[in-house]
Design a protein around this ligand. Structure first.
Ligand SMILES: CC(=O)SCCNC(=O)CCNC(=O)[C@H](O)C(C)(C)COP(=O)(O)OP(=O)(O)OC[C@H]1O[C@@H](n2cnc3c(N)ncnc32)[C@H](O)[C@@H]1OP(=O)(O)O
Length: 391
């Protein structure tokens, strides 16, 4: 039989660890295996059903272990099978899933285990991200130090009121209470508490910042025949894209990077989306600092330029709003950096499979997963649906 076009790709299994500040009870190998075993159990498959493994994590500085994938082949059942590592800084969880999905779409492999992790308690991510790299803009103190001026630039450009950042944090931390895997479960959270929390990197407050987490996320991606064997509803990949640009160049727009806009436009084109605000039911967006919600709402085309904060302020992005953003609690509640992009992709898949539990968006049919990394320079996104793609 001659095959033309791409093979449709389905997510049939999702597994996560409970994300926490420090998993002292397991090694990196133990952490990744836990997520992989849960994804296999969800898919009702065994190691023998997996043809290849695609793994991702953020910079090796975060654990101080160079190339940890070298010793993870047995923990991930990859002995005698192809295993591949992807690296695109903080967006890596998303790009890893996309590489895995391309292997299925291109009919290189039929069923692929993809996994991303970070065990930040083994090191210190803030100082891991504060290296004095020669001939580069100093990164200041960690990612917060790098991104805070871009948040200020957004506030100045749009006239957004100070309160918007706190609204996002308050929403995401409440959503996290509905997600058993989320790192932060702040049962006593109030808006006043968020607003009164200490300023870390002006204008980013403690409660408007992601934590540093240990965690892993895995997915099983398969072809049309694999999806047909799945007893649970699959999530179908309708579009996926990656884009990159340098950290610094004349004219770079840190508030709304061109690479992010182009990446989203490519995904919408593949998925046949012309009005993302109306046609997408849930978004899992990479928001490590709360102000990135309104910033990405604009960058991804959900709002006109300068208007993203108005959606947040009006409650549109709440779990019961008409465009729920980060029903899982998002990166703001859980950030094992390398895994965070894959968690966004996996949570989007759970939404359209109807498997998101207490943070399910009722009736979600199409959901978007978004990841970014580096100096807002690597982007990875996918759009998944409850129905198989028509093209
Ligand atoms: C592309 C990207 O992903 S960019 C983002 C990259 N990631 C970051 O920049 C990480 C930002 N966060 C941090 O640097 C740190 O978590 C800080 C500065 C906010 C807090 O530092 P520390 O207090 O040293 O955190 P530490 O990890 O030791 O945790 C101490 C406790 O505070 C909790 N905690 C950590 N951060 C937060 C937070 N932002 N809000 C509420 N609680 C928090 C932890 O869960 C832990 O509680 P536990 O002991 O009950 O488990």
């Amino acid at each position: 039989m001659t095959h033309t076009g791409k093979e449709p790709v389905a997510v049939v299994g999702v597994g996560q660890t409970k994300h926490v500040a420090a998993r002292h009870d397991v090694s990196i190998a133990g952490l990744v295996r836990e997520a992989a075993v849960r994804a296999l159990a969800d898919a009702e498959l065994s190691w023998a059903d997996i043809d290849a493994v695609v793994i991702g994590k953020a910079p090796d500085f975060f654990e101080g272990v160079m190339m940890p994938e070298l010793y993870l082949a047995d923990a991930l059942g990859a002995v005698g099978k192809p295993m591949l590592r992807v690296h695109t800084a903080g967006s890596v969880g998303g790009s890893t899933a996309l590489v895995a999905s391309h292997l299925v779409a291109a009919r290189v492999h039929r069923t692929v285990l993809t996994l991303a992790f970070e065990k930040q308690s083994e090191s210190n991510a803030m100082w891991g991200l504060s290296l004095p790299v020669p001939f580069q803009q100093p990164l200041l103190a960690g990612a917060g130090g790098f991104f805070a001026p871009h948040v200020r630039a957004y506030m100045r450009r749009t006239g957004a009121p100070d309160a918007v950042g706190s609204l996002v944090a308050y929403k995401d931390r409440r959503n996290a209470l509905k997600n058993p895997y989320a790192h932060l479960h702040e049962h006593d959270i109030t808006l006043e508490k968020v607003r009164a929390s200490p300023m870390l990197w002006d204008p980013i407050r403690y409660s408007e910042t992601c934590p540093s987490s240990d965690g892993a996320c895995a997915m099983i991606l398969t072809d049309r025949a694999g999806a047909a064997r799945s007893r649970k509803p699959p999530a179908w990949v309708h579009g996926g894209a990656m884009r990159s640009e340098p950290t610094l160049f004349a004219g770079k727009d840190f508030v709304s990077p061109q690479a992010g806009k182009d990446c989203a436009a490519d995904v919408y084109r593949q998925a046949g989306i012309t009005d993302p605000r109306r046609e997408i039911d849930a978004v899992e967006m990479y928001v490590p600092f709360s102000w990135y919600e309104p910033m990405w709402l604009e960058n991804l085309g959900f709002a006109q330029e300068g208007e993203g904060w108005k959606l947040t302020e009006a409650g549109v992005t709440e779990l019961d709003g008409d465009l729920p953003v980060n029903p899982s609690g998002g990166v703001l509640s859980t950030n094992p950096i390398g895994a965070s992009g894959m968690i966004r992709f996996a949570e989007a898949a759970l939404q359209v499979r109807g498997q998101a539990g207490e943070h399910q968006v009722p009736g979600a049919r199409r959901a978007m997963g978004h990841a970014y990394g580096g100096g807002a320079q690597f982007f990875a996104m996918w759009l998944v649906g409850a129905e198989p793609p028509t093209t």
